[in-house]
Design a protein. Structure first.
Length: 277
């Protein structure tokens, strides 16, 4: 076995506190809010508020030792258009982020992939703003609008259990795409088609703006679009597709296989031809 004492000495100390808001009244902090949640629900309106506070510390190595506390508060509004506007199968979704505290990784580790998946620059920003319409008894649906594609593509639905970004949006698109791509805490305008040929299979294909901040490749996309409302359409297009296959083995634990690809039409710096490299 390995030397776990050395792993602990060189690792990170972390703690997470999260509060969850869900549509079911028994799972919400404020319950029915004096009947307001039920009244809104009758019109297809669902409100959610989630707060996650993360305390991370670097014990040894890295750039410097110390600890930071950073958190993010996420507010969501979902409208069932069937109840609200007599348009069955539609959902209108709006979400916003309020990030606060000092990011840990840049100041203490200076690594490529953040230790905390919630990290981001201090800001109050629009995150997602989209409309989704289902067809064919919900076997297919189309989503159009401002989207953060890491909510559906590439990552595992179970990765939210872990703090480290390694369990979420991968390093390759984070470093290869403008601003890390349209992924948390950023989003881009685009369209996504989802089709379910079988109960355990899902096919996704989407086209999105590839540059949430709208600046050069080396620019800080979060700084360029601090409020989330830039809606850039002037760079290139990011095409992405994914096939998901879910199976339940004999032990009863459900797992999902994902196979996909993405292609970006934008122009990128090339180390082979760039000067000074």
């Amino acid at each position: 076995m390995g030397d776990f004492s050395q792993f602990w000495k060189r690792g990170c100390l972390s703690a997470t506190l999260a509060g969850l808001a869900a549509p079911a009244m028994g799972q919400t902090l404020l319950g029915d809010m004096g009947g307001a949640r039920t009244a809104l629900g009758n019109y297809g309106i669902t409100l959610g508020l989630t707060d996650s506070e993360n305390l991370l510390g670097n014990l040894a190595g890295g750039v410097k030792q110390g600890a930071t506390l950073q958190g993010v508060t996420t507010a969501t509004l979902d409208i069932d258009t069937g109840k609200a506007f007599h348009l069955p199968g539609g959902t209108l979704h709006v979400s916003s982020l309020q990030l606060h505290g000092q990011p840990f990784s840049a100041a203490y580790l200076d690594d490529l992939q953040a230790a905390n998946g919630n990290e981001g620059e201090d800001a109050t920003r629009l995150w997602e703003f989209w409309y989704d319409q289902s067809f064919d008894a919900a076997r297919a649906d189309v989503k159009i609008g401002q989207q953060s594609i890491d909510n559906e593509f590439i990552i595992s639905q179970y990765s939210g259990l872990f703090v480290n970004t390694m369990a979420g949006w991968p390093l390759i698109p984070s470093d290869d795409l403008y601003g890390g791509g349209p992924a948390y805490p950023l989003a881009s305008l685009g369209a996504r088609l989802r089709f379910k040929p079988a109960a355990n299979q899902t096919f996704l294909v989407g086209a999105f703006d590839d540059n949430p901040g709208g600046g050069a490749f080396s620019d800080d996309a979060q700084e360029l679009d601090r409020d989330g409302g830039r809606f850039n359409l002037n760079t290139g297009a990011l095409f992405i597709t994914e096939w998901q296959y879910t199976r339940t083995p004999s032990n009863g634990l459900t797992g999902t296989y994902k196979i996909g690809a993405w292609y970006d039409t934008g122009s990128f710096p090339d180390q082979l031809f760039a000067s000074g490299n």
